[in-house]
Ligand binder design. Structure first.
Ligand SMILES: Cc1cc2nc3c(=O)[nH]c(=O)nc-3n(C[C@H](O)[C@H](O)[C@H](O)COP(=O)(O)O)c2cc1C
Length: 381
């Protein structure tokens, strides 16, 4: 379908990771939800230059449900007025508790890593899609809802396959009916927005239900044994997000990286505190605070990201400073595989090791079933 060497798809917000995975024989998919059309143009041109004709894709969030959806979109001024003061006050107090300073008066908007500017309404998305099509992406993926008809038609007219992420069987079936050419079955283990069903349970059900539409397995896959397991479950390949976050190429700040390298698989939480929808992220003082009994209920998407955008910028701006009191608040999307991400490496090495280990695992599985039985110790005697 894509002319790639290995069925390894890399979801990433970082163009360097996308290009590196494509060049290593997989397929890099750039998450464009926080891009402006101008930034996306620059990044896709850069990836195309680096990958010299090899395939890469683009991913967008297309939520079916969000605040303003019924009105067919929204303008940010009217949305801002919907953020309750009670939420703002609670957040201010949280930042004060951790001694997080205000942004400098003439603050650089790009400073720090924020969650603002999620482009999730259809009006904001169309220009991004035009840019993606202009660069002849090999794949367009959508999450949080079925791809809209107009997108499927437009993509198919250009011969571009459409993929859609599903955390539940009914969602996978709806995506197929909406015209998706590839279903990504993502288990709850995964980083980012995620449902409640485990990959091991979800993937075979989705494979059976949408056949002959191909399925990629996502969530909890970061090495070759997990890849072999995904293939054993009936998936045609794997879609990985977390494993790239500790590669040399990744966008993660040194503080996030350090926290990831030290974390165990018990250190993630599914929390609505960053985007308003449940997403898996590193447990930190931030997620704990939102879980406290006196914490306000997170707002819907995209109000929650609007509420917390500046707070996140303030935290990330100072978290790297020695003895920063803001550091415990730092969190970022990551899945349970964070517990096996203990050594930084290059994205290319991740792909190579995954392939080698997958082949070894498959050979071992074959031998386990086909090898001559070893005489038991009783017979040997
Ligand atoms: C940092 C991060 C951000 C993510 N953002 C998105 C996104 O914008 N769109 C999307 O379709 N999936 C997003 N995801 C989910 C990935 O596409 C993927 O399904 C998931 O990471 C797979 O599970 P894994 O983290 O165990 O590899 C994100 C994942 C991570 C780790």
């Amino acid at each position: 379908m894509f002319g790639i060497d290995f069925p390894i798809f890399a979801f990433t917000h970082c163009r360097d990771v996308a290009a590196a995975v494509t060049n290593a024989g997989g397929l890099g998919v750039l998450g464009a939800v926080a891009h402006t059309p101008e930034q996306l143009e620059v990044d896709l041109k850069w990836i195309a230059d680096q990958t010299k004709g090899r395939p890469f894709g683009v991913d967008l969030l297309m939520p079916r449900k969000y605040v303003g959806a019924e009105a067919g979109g929204f303008d940010s001024t009217s949305l801002k007025s919907m953020v309750p003061n009670e939420h703002r006050q609670w957040l201010d107090e949280l930042l004060e508790r951790y001694g997080v300073p205000e942004l400098p008066a003439a603050g650089d908007e790009r400073e720090g890593r924020g969650m603002a500017g999620l482009r999730i309404d259809p009006k904001g998305m169309a220009p991004l899609i035009d840019v993606a099509f202009h660069h002849r992406v090999a794949l367009i993926a959508s999450a949080l809802g079925s791809p809209p008809r107009w997108l499927v038609d437009k993509a198919h007219a250009k011969g571009i396959p459409v993929a859609a992420l599903a955390g539940r069987l009914d969602h996978a079936i709806a995506h197929k009916e909406a015209g998706a050419d590839l279903i990504i079955a993502q288990g709850t283990e995964g980083g980012g927005h995620t449902g409640e069903i485990a990959t091991m349970v979800l993937v075979p059900q989705v494979v059976d239900a949408v056949a002959p539409t191909p399925v990629l397995a996502a969530g909890g896959i970061a090495n070759g044994r997990q890849m072999a397991a995904a293939l054993a479950l009936g998936a045609e390949g794997v879609w990985c997000g977390s494993v790239w976050l500790t590669t040399h190429e990744a966008e993660t700040t040194p503080v996030i990286r350090e926290k990831f390298l030290a974390a165990t698989s018990a250190d993630t939480r599914r929390s609505r505190s960053l985007t308003g929808k449940p997403a898996r992220m590193l447990r930190s003082a931030w997620t704990d605070a939102w879980d406290e009994p006196d914490a306000p209920t997170p707002l819907g998407m995209p109000l929650q990201s609007m509420l917390i955008a500046e707070a996140q910028r303030r935290i990330h701006r100072v978290a790297h400073q020695p003895d920063s009191t803001a550091r415990p608040l730092v969190t970022y999307f990551v899945g349970q595989v964070v517990g096996q991400m203990n050594v930084p490496s290059s994205a290319r090495d991740v792909v190579r090791e995954m392939v080698d280990q997958c082949i070894d695992a498959m050979e071992r599985m074959n031998l386990a079933l086909t090898a001559e039985p070893v005489p038991s110790s009783a017979e040997n005697r």
